[in-house]
Design a protein around this ligand. Structure first.
Ligand code: PEP
Length: 248
């Protein structure tokens, strides 16, 4: 299976900074053929990034979207608007959206359905908080997020990202064993939903992935890629991460 490594820039980089990053980054990964490389800049940089990425092996994603096609929804961005910028994927259900913008499973499900209907690939995020892990609720939480978030959603163009909230931006990475344990659970849940098609769904790990720890995480059976925040903000760091096989 081709691995999938996505940069989530969150609320970072102006248009000029986006162009500068891509000027350095694109040539450094141009020979990478065995990884789907994705960049998710903020909305304001999507069009500029879309232009810079045209004809390259780097694909564009959005960090969010709204589920309606158009209308009186001040501040929101539709799936068609994303497609217009060259976006091919959208991240949905990130824990920061759930935490700061109160997105619940029902909202996330609506967004996923709308994205897929429009032809966007979905990077669906799930993961437990530290309190939930310590209370032994990791599998309950992730099981619920998958069941509700993916209700009525087919497996085509679907990528799942496991992001333990306690590992996001904290420098605390899940150990390969912890990651594999949850990824195997996610794969099992996906089998229940999609049968044998579940074997082809990429399951990404996210949470303080760096060029130093990526190889051990990627060696886990059910880890098929990464969703990367902090370490994706510098072109050399993200290029090293994407080229982790060559760095050996
Ligand atoms: C993220 O928020 O998607 C993420 C994984 O962030 P970081 O790599 O900085 O932990």
């Amino acid at each position: 299976m081709k691995s999938f490594i996505a940069a989530n820039w969150k609320m970072n980089k102006t248009i000029a900074e986006t162009r500068e990053f891509l000027r350095d980054f694109i040539p450094s990964v141009k020979d990478v053929a065995d990884v789907d490389i994705i960049i998710a800049p903020p909305f304001t940089s999507l069009a500029a990034a879309g232009e810079a990425l045209m004809g390259t092996n780097v694909q564009l994603a959005s960090q969010d979207m709204f589920w309606e096609e158009k209308g009186a929804y001040t501040g929101e961005v539709s799936p068609a608007m994303l497609l217009d910028t060259g976006c091919r994927h959208v991240i949905i259900g990130h824990s920061e959206r759930r935490q700061y913008f109160h997105e619940d499973d029902a909202v996330i499900n609506k967004k996923i359905r709308a994205a897929k209907k429009a032809g966007l690939g979905v990077i669906f995020c799930c993961g437990e908080s530290l309190e939930e892990r310590e209370a032994d609720k990791t599998f309950d939480v992730i099981g619920r997020e998958i069941e509700k978030g993916l209700e009525g959603v087919d497996a085509e163009n679907l990528v799942v990202a496991y992001e333990p909230i306690w590992a996001i931006g904290t420098g605390k990475t899940a150990s390969p064993e912890q990651a594999q344990e949850v990824h195997a659970f996610i794969r099992e849940r996906l089998r229940k939903l999609y049968g044998s098609a579940a074997e082809d769904i990429r399951i990404l790990y996210g949470g303080s992935v760096t060029p130093e720890n990526v190889e051990l995480l990627m060696a886990c059976r059910d880890v098929n890629g990464g969703l990367v925040g902090g370490a994706s903000l510098k072109p050399d760091s993200f290029a090293k991460l994407v080229c982790y096989k060559k760095e050996k």
